[in-house]
Write a protein that binds this ligand. Structure first.
Ligand SMILES: [Zn+2]
Length: 85
């Protein structure tokens, strides 16, 4: 199984991406943003915020820590201001 990338999830905003991650961390029943199948918990780790999920239909793993890194890189909290002179 491959790790899913943030861009594959079609998240429209940082808020949407973060609330998806929060649902995973809270171990709610979450559907795959790509295909709509129910995600399954892959490993339960000691740290709640480090849990991994999988979608059997897409054959992807959802590593929440990696997704969080990608969100922070690609969807920074403060939008970059483009200055036009
Ligand atoms: Zn899927």
């Amino acid at each position: 199984m491959e790790r899913v990338l943030l861009k594959e999830l079609n998240m429209k905003s940082r808020d949407e991406a973060i609330s998806f991650l929060k649902a995973l961390w809270d171990q709610k029943s979450v559907n795959c943003p790509v295909c709509g199948s129910r995600l399954e918990l892959l490993h339960k780790k000691a740290k709640k915020s480090d849990c991994d999920w999988q979608c059997r239909n897409c054959e992807k793993t959802f590593k929440t820590i990696h997704l969080l890194d990608e969100i922070n890189e690609q969807m920074p909290l403060r939008g970059r201001t483009i200055l036009l002179e």
